[in-house]
Design a protein around this ligand. Sequence first.
Ligand code: ZN
Length: 180
Amino acid sequence: MASSRPEAVGLLLRATRFAAWKHRDQRRKGQRAEPYINHPLELAHVLWFEGGVRDEATLAAALLHDTLEDTQTTVRELQGEFGEEIASIVLEVSDEPSLDWRVRKKLQVTRAKMASPRARLVKLADKICNLRSMIASPPLRWSLERRRAYFDWAREVVAQLRGINPALEERFDHVYRQRP
Ligand code: ZN
């Protein structure tokens, strides 16, 4: 099938390849220890198939969303490869790794409120995917209490993002109801 959006396809292939390379030595922290790249791929899939999102900058940012936070990638590198706009979405959804984790968790809640529409979509898909992973493949050493706290924190973040994509918000509510 011929695509009417060859540039969009090219962008998404470049973003997929870039993320796969950057995350090449990483595994997810769940008991299945899946290849890390499964996670950003899942986000893009959720946005497209469950959220009906057709904006390629949002999809590319989803593929790249953990490269700043979890790999050696720099903002400048993302700007060079993907442009200012996509780099800024990735930056918006990235925690500052030098901060204490408790501070980072609080910041995610306050920053979510002010995030751009594209960043909010990526965040929402991230929370859906993370809770699904927490159910399907919980991290080995996480207590029940810690998993519950994680669900509650994700809900707090999502509360700040609402009004952006009802279908995805419904998906989030659905997975939240499976809180352990
Ligand atoms: Zn993520």
